[in-house]
Design a protein. Sequence first.
Length: 125
Amino acid sequence: MFDDREFDSRDRDDPWPAGFEERATRERELSARLAQVRATADSDDNLVAVTVGSSGDLIDLELDERIRDRPAAETAREILKTLRAARVTLVAAITSVTEESVGADSPTGQAIIAAYSGRLGDLDV
């Protein structure tokens, strides 16, 4: 079926290996950039500030001292509302980084944007 010749893709004039390596490099760079994305949102009254990491998880919460004048239930609602706003901002940042790195129309770009939008983007703020 095969003769005794060894196959080496460098023997061909095929741009596929170079293109594959280029895409893999761009996708590794994208992954590193996405891991660094953070998003912060402030409540309308600036009493609550929330920062989320690239996964959408809360990584920082700042409460102004004036928050003590509010009922606890109101404070909790404001924290959750601000968390949702930070996650919406995160989706926008992820989309921007993805567009810059691999393009929003690429299969990789579409998959990343859809994953983040589906998980974090459809939040009522």
